[in-house]
Design a protein around this ligand. Structure first.
Ligand code: MTE
Length: 431
């Protein structure tokens, strides 16, 4: 969808402010209890969902032989990854998006993690797969998958965000759903070995400064990675969420580069070359650079800055009820942990602190909530993340002041959802 008229939106801001909505309108959890009780007593009228015996209550269900690998209920059939047909020329060099609006907690189910690849999904026989380390090392090495699985293991939960996430929104509100505006992110638990463990076996020479990571897919995608980061927290993972990586996410082996742009997380990893300078590959020169207003481009912009989005209500999750509602969303920072998330209901005039629930981990998504009462007034919902370094997620206007509008990558500006009185919610921007 296209941009909303700004003066109209600003008038609404004034109206909402005058009505005293916003931070002051956010009710405490206790205040809704009476109306919930009223609902319960209405339920005294005969309700077929209670009084009728259903088939699932009457007949035997499937036996344990029917689902050797479990899938979601058929009633959840709309909770799927989706692509945007006009976005890319071919499905092999494309992206689909995580259905953020329908998820909760902090872990992305493996089958719903967005996919981004440049040459389709490589179907690799793990018995035939090798990882080679060479270049400025004492002993060049080739590892089989079995070799890697016999080394000390680590488990870590990290977000992966594509640098192009929200890239279509640089020049104004475009896509009507957080699945599409923010869905190039997932957050899973990885199992694997640290890259440090592998490099120590090869013995890195003293003049080494950079690594080249290369994939075994048809794109042979490769990126340069500073040695300092490699020795800090980079993992070489073979499992996600407790089972083998999914083919689309790099089976049997991928790089995990915590807090840094997704493009560096080379999938189907087959080769690591150690060198003393970056390789200047396509992915770090013509792509994944940020064109600035003066015509020059920023290069090696690795870190994903703090960002957040309200996932419900959102365009795919309109408000259905007056009275008690749960607002929820996710926040993350490539620089460490998220310290606080603020939510505004009036387009940024008033803010309240959201309640973060669930684990707060380094370079992982956190889940936040605001339990609130809605009387049917228009809302302009926003969230902003503040990370442990004190960095505050900027507004889109603040971001554009520095970055202009030529960029695709690293758009972490504050998102606005406009909730209409009928609950319909849309992507807008406040000028
Ligand atoms: N690795 C290889 N070998 N080939 C690719 O096309 N795409 C990169 C990165 N690793 C890619 C790759 C990009 S641009 C991103 S954002 C992430 O993988 C996406 O990871 P995902 O598919 O697990 O979400």
């Amino acid at each position: 969808m296209s941009e909303k008229p700004t003066s109209d939106v600003l008038n609404r801001r004034r109206f909402l402010g005058a009505a005293g909505l916003g931070a002051a309108g956010l009710a405490g959890a206790g205040s809704m209890l009476p109306s919930l009780a009223a609902k319960a007593s209405e339920a005294a009228k005969p309700d077929p969902a209670i009084t009728e015996i259903k088939d699932w209550n009457r007949y035997l269900g499937d036996g344990v032989d029917k689902r050797p690998y479990g899938v979601p209920s058929k009633f959840e059939k709309d909770v799927i990854r989706r692509d945007v047909s006009w976005l890319t020329a071919s499905p092999e060099s494309s992206v689909n998006f995580t259905p953020l609006h329908a998820l909760d907690g902090i872990i992305t189910p493996s089958g719903l993690c967005f996919e981004r690849h440049h040459g389709g999904v490589a179907e690799i026989d793990p018995a035939q797969h090798r990882l080679m380390i060479h270049g400025l090392v004492d002993t060049p090495l080739v590892f089989t998958m079995d070799d890697i699985k016999r080394m000390p293991r680590v488990n870590k939960i990290y977000f992966l965000e594509c640098a192009a996430n929200s890239g279509m929104e640089w020049r104004g509100a475009q896509l009507n759903g957080c699945q599409f505006t923010h869905g190039m992110i997932h957050n899973v638990m990885y199992t694997g070995v640290t890259l440090k463990t592998l490099l120590e076996q090869a013995g890195v020479k003293s003049n080494a400064k950079w690594l080249l990571l290369e994939g075994a897919d048809s794109a042979g995608m490769d990126r340069s990675l500073p040695l300092e980061k490699a020795l800090d927290d980079v993992m070489i993972a073979y499992a996600m969420n407790g089972e083998a990586l999914r083919p689309e996410n790099g089976y049997p082996l991928r790089a995990v580069i915590p807090g840094w742009q997704g493009n560096l997380w080379v999938k189907w990893l087959r080769r690591i070359e150690v060198g003393d300078m970056p390789w200047q590959t396509r992915e770090e020169t013509s792509k994944y650079t940020d064109l600035m207003p003066d015509g020059r481009a920023r290069k090696h912009t690795f870190v994903m800055d703090a960002k957040s989005v309200i996932t419900s209500p959102s365009p795919q999750m309109p408000l259905k009820f007056k009275g008690r509602n749960v607002l929820t969303g996710i926040a993350w920072s490539g620089r460490g942990t998220v310290k606080r998330v603020d939510v505004s209901m009036d387009g940024g005039r008033n803010w309240c602190e959201a309640r973060i629930d669930g684990p707060v981990l380094n370079k992982s998504i956190v889940r936040f909530y605001v339990d609130f009462d809605w009387n049917g007034e228009e809302l302009m919902l926003q969230s902003r993340a503040i990370d442990e370094t004190g960095y505050v997620q900027p507004t889109k206007a603040e971001l554009r002041k520095i970055r202009g509008v030529n960029s695709v990558y690293h758009n972490n500006g504050i998102q606005t959802w406009l909730v209409h009185p009928d609950g319909v919610t849309e992507n807008v921007e406040i000028a």
